[in-house]
Design a protein around this ligand. Structure first.
Ligand code: AMP
Length: 173
């Protein structure tokens, strides 16, 4: 896991002062690291009845789509406002740096559907908790929220009480 951690580049003060930005592009562009990370994130969900992976725009797509492919299941896109063409339902959320709104197609999940949510980084947890609320409102069963990396000092997990959370790599800042 140390080798994977080393593949993530830290960019201080991006996009604003005080943020330690975890740049995952350096891990993604290394074939062995990307494959290993996806294998480890996907493997835990083999044959557990998960029906789809929900990827959060944009880096969550890079994790979520590859996991879904590996698991032989579908991928559902949660996108920034205004990007999805059909009727949507929305969630407002607060980022480590700013506010935003995410949307999902209103018919993307069925009541009772078992899904795993995937994103690159768990920071404050604002994004993913908004997505979990949205999915639950639509009747989905969120089996787990799965991240490549977690910034543990930001305590995002505390926003996800009662929710199973997995992160492959942990950073203190
Ligand atoms: P949060 O809602 O604070 O958990 O933020 C999570 C989302 O913002 C994820 O989709 C990340 O891609 C991005 N993000 C937030 N903070 C960082 C960070 N320090 N480094 C990299 N990505 C981040």
């Amino acid at each position: 896991m140390k080798a994977l951690k080393k593949r993530i580049r830290n960019i201080p003060d991006f996009p604003i002062k005080g943020i330690q930005f975890k740049d995952i592009t350096t891990l993604l562009s290394d074939p062995a690291s990307y494959q290993r990370a996806i294998d480890l994130m996907a493997h835990r969900h083999f044959q557990k009845g998960v029906e789809a992976v929900v990827g959060i725009e944009a880096r969550g797509f890079v994790m979520g789509a590859a996991m879904a492919y590996k698991l032989g299941i579908g991928v559902i896109l949660v996108r920034k406002a205004g990007k999805l063409p059909h009727k949507t339902v929305a969630a407002e959320y607060t980022l480590e740096y700013g506010k935003d709104r995410l949307e999902i197609h209103e018919d993307a999940v069925r009541p009772g559907m078992k899904v795993v949510v995937a994103d690159d980084v768990l920071a404050t947890g604002g994004t993913v908790s908004a997505v979990v609320d949205l999915l639950k409102r639509q009747g989905a069963v969120v089996v787990e929220c799965c991240f490549l990396a977690e910034l543990t000092d930001l305590r995002g997990r505390e926003k996800l009480k009662g929710q199973k959370v997995f992160s492959l790599l942990k950073f203190r800042d």
